[in-house]
Design a protein. Structure first.
Lengths: 114, 179
């Protein structure tokens, strides 16, 4: 599971390179998230724009990633593709995360995302 | 056995039966009970449905539903052992998409499909659920799901995107089943 990180002041953007976060990689994803949220800026935006498939294992891993980043860091999401957005909405987990449309604007002097 | 299916879904169950009687499967797969084999099967179903001109939203729903169903088989029916065999038949996509999945793993606890209630979302982040979403997604996105245990096999049939014309044959989903 390849995660790419870029820091913009108070925000770290973590991009998922894989197109799927499913049962085959959920544990690996969670562990990789622990690494990239163990230091750095207080806000971490997980960019899911490459992810076209996320199952409930993947959803659980994203929730676990938020829990393990807290309380030092806050995990937010960006770039949810239609199917991924649907899984968050149907499970009501969209109410738990701050969700940005995309990560445009980060690194252009703005402190806000999406 | 489909005793937990409410009677208002009888129509839907008949639709599955009708589809399976009238059409040959458009895809048949047999694969091992591993996460990677499940991923491959999902991709094949997706490709086949798109090639047959299925609606993209319905095809997405099939991906979500089938992913949850097969993960459940790998995790629970086979307890993460890779020695199990899973068979899948795909029907449709017109007038609806039906799937039939068989496996030789352990039976469903209580002989029926879980209710699929969504886990509670507590105020405290530490208590947030990290699982328990799967059957809710399946039940929400399927028109109906039925389960039976037969000849040492689990068999789950489900229907996604039912249209009225799929119905018409007044026989139950499962032979020998009693409502």
């Amino acid at each position: 599971m390849k995660l790419e990180t870029r820091d913009f002041g108070e925000i770290r953007v973590v991009s998922v390179g894989d197109s799927r976060i499913d049962a085959a990689v959920a544990v690996e994803f969670r562990d990789a998230m622990r690494e990239v949220t163990s230091d750095g800026p207080p806000t971490v935006v997980l960019d899911l724009s490459n992810v076209v498939f996320l199952d409930s294992s993947g959803l659980g891993a994203v929730v676990a990633a938020m829990k393990q980043a807290a309380p030092e860091r806050r995990l937010e999401l960006a770039g949810l593709q239609p199917m991924v957005e649907k899984v968050f909405r149907l499970t009501r987990m969209d109410s738990v995360f701050r969700i940005h449309q995309n990560t445009e604007g980060v690194g252009q002097g703005s402190a806000h995302v999406g | 056995m489909w005793g937990d299916i409410p009677s208002d879904s009888d129509h839907c169950i008949q639709s599955i039966r009708a589809l399976k009687e009238r059409q040959a499967p458009v895809l048949e797969l047999e694969f091992a009970s591993t996460n990677l084999a499940v991923r491959d099967a999902l991709q094949r179903v997706h490709d086949r449905l798109l090639a047959l001109g299925a609606d993209a939203h319905l095809s997405d729903h099939v991906q979500i539903v089938l992913g949850e169903l097969l993960n459940n088989v790998v995790e629970h029916a086979f307890a993460e052992s890779s020695s199990g065999r899973i068979e899948l038949e795909l029907f449709g996509p017109k007038p609806a998409i039906a799937l039939c999945v068989r496996d030789n793993g352990a039976p469903m606890p209580g002989g029926k499909i879980p209710d699929g209630k969504l886990p509670e979302i507590p105020d405290d982040m530490k208590g947030l659920p990290e699982g328990g979403f799967g059957w809710n997604l399946i039940r929400t996105l399927c028109d109906c799901v039925c389960y039976r245990r037969t000849g040492g096999l689990n068999e789950i049939s489900l229907l996604v995107g039912n249209e009225e014309e799929a119905a018409g044959v007044p026989s139950p989903c499962n032979e020998g089943a009693s409502p």
